[in-house]
Design a protein around this ligand. Structure first.
Ligand code: C2O
Ligand code: CU
Ligand code: CU
Length: 435
């Protein structure tokens, strides 16, 4: 992100910050990978500018649609009232709409924004519309984190033909289109200069369908946060899978002046079908030229407290099942394609629910719920060994995921859907009403 989002900050007498951001969606002519390209941008930037917030901030985002088609803005993962999220409301060309929320205590994490006009989400995002949001909290001030070098990495693939974004073909709608140009902050394989010490990588998968299986040869990824929260303490991993819509916050120990490469390792999200285009040894996403004297690094200890949810108090257990129909190709949840006017599920405000999300299909689907963050309890029946507040979870092919959702803070109608956006546009979405 070369551009900072234009903000108008105001501090009230009580010391509270009120921030307002302007985002304008338009067709822009920019240079991508050394060639002129006509893509969609927010504020002429691909990806869109970083919105940087602190817990407690009162935020409004003023969106203007300068595209030739209806669009709107969704602040993905932000716990905000359904009336403010309003993903059903589209903004006609030339019109504007504002979205307001308060960055809640405990919500320090990474979020993002993208269009949500049902039926055209995939193409508008694939053609360039996405941008990162970071909310900072107390844990960001811990010495280990305050001294780390932070890099925000937005992963967004695209495909160009004669300077324009390549169209989707029939096949792309089933599998989800993976662009052949994998970009990190709008660049192919960028090299970043970083000093020795702790490197903090904040990665957003802003692709409409591509999965990223992250790894750094010779290093462990010390995961400290996922989606909308920190983890309680760092969790070391060799690789980390990031499905569309997911975010990861990771520390890397860069003790010596030696280059590091962030790779996308092979992963098959359609185990029985066509495999990934990633070479066996992995594809380079970005490199870090680490420079400076050898440094001692110390990982942080305790980061935050994430409450353990008592599932025996759950007011309801629900099962959601993914599916699809052929001719016409449509994707379904519980046998139904999306209908804006239908309420598919209801829940009571103030209660905890446990949902089993069942995927009998031969491909992975990332499940996303608006407004209400959840904890992932188990994947394929295996307990998840750490707690985090998430809003996207990958449901593996022929597998299932169990999540627990406290319906706190808001009432109203929210959406849940697959975050492979082709599937969302083709009906893999439902409405939940919290009463
Ligand atoms: Cu990131 Cu309803 O979406
Ligand atoms: Cu969302
Ligand atoms: Cu899907």
């Amino acid at each position: 992100m070369k551009t900072e989002a234009p903000t108008t900050p105001a501090i009230t007498q009580t010391g509270e910050r009120h921030l307002s951001f302007e985002l304008v969606a338009r067709q822009s002519h920019i240079m991508l990978h050394g060639k002129p390209a006509s893509v969609l941008t927010y504020n002429n930037s691909f990806p869109g500018p970083l919105l940087e917030l602190q817990e407690g901030d009162h935020v409004s985002v003023h969106f203007t649609n300068q595209l030739t088609a209806p669009s709107n803005l969704h602040l993905h993962g932000i716990s905000m009232s359904p009336e403010e999220d309003k993903p059903h409301q589209v903004v006609a060309p030339g019109e504007s709409l504002s979205y307001a929320f308060t960055a809640q205590a405990g919500s320090a994490g990474m979020y993002w924004y993208h269009p949500h006009a049902h039926g055209s989400v995939t193409r508008q995002l694939f053609e360039g519309l996405s941008g990162p949001i970071i909310i900072r909290g107390e844990a960001d001030k811990l010495p280990a984190l305050a001294s780390a070098t932070e890099k925000v990495l937005v992963l967004h693939d695209i495909q160009l033909e004669n300077g324009h974004v390549a169209p989707h073909t029939g096949m792309d709608w089933g599998r989800g289109k993976e662009g052949n140009l994998v970009l990190v902050n709008g660049e192919k394989m960028p090299e970043m200069q970083v000093p020795t010490g702790l490197l903090r990588l904040r990665v957003l998968n802003a692709s409409s369908a591509r999965y990223y299986h992250l790894g750094i040869p010779g290093k462990q990824l010390h995961v400290i946060g996922m989606d909308g929260s920190f983890l309680e303490k760092p969790v070391a991993k060799e690789t980390l899978l990031l499905a569309p819509g997911e975010r990861a916050d990771m520390l890397v120990e860069a003790m010596e002046a030696a280059p590091l490469a962030l790779l996308n390792m092979p992963y098959s999200r359609t185990p029985a079908g066509p495999s990934t285009d990633t070479p066996a040894g992995g594809a380079i996403l970005a490199t870090f030229a680490v420079q400076g004297a050898p440094a001692q690094v110390e990982l942080p200890g305790k980061l935050v407290e994430i409450p353990a949810l008592d599932l025996t108090t759950a007011a309801a257990h629900k099962t959601l099942t993914f599916g699809a129909t052929m001719q016409p190709l449509q994707f379904t949840i519980d046998g139904k394609t999306f209908d804006h006017c239908r309420t598919d599920l209801t829940a009571r405000a103030g209660t905890l629910e446990v949902w089993d999300i069942v995927n009998p299909m031969a491909m992975d689907h990332p499940f996303h719920l608006h407004t209400f963050p959840f904890q992932v309890i188990a994947v394929n029946g295996e307990a998840v060994p750490y707690r985090a507040w998430k809003d996207v979870v990958n449901v593996p092919a022929n597998g299932s995921v169990r999540i627990a959702i406290p319906f706190e803070g808001f009432t109203g109608k929210v959406m849940y859907h697959c975050h492979i956006l082709e599937h969302e546009d083709l009906g893999m979405m439902g409405n939940l009403e919290v009463l």
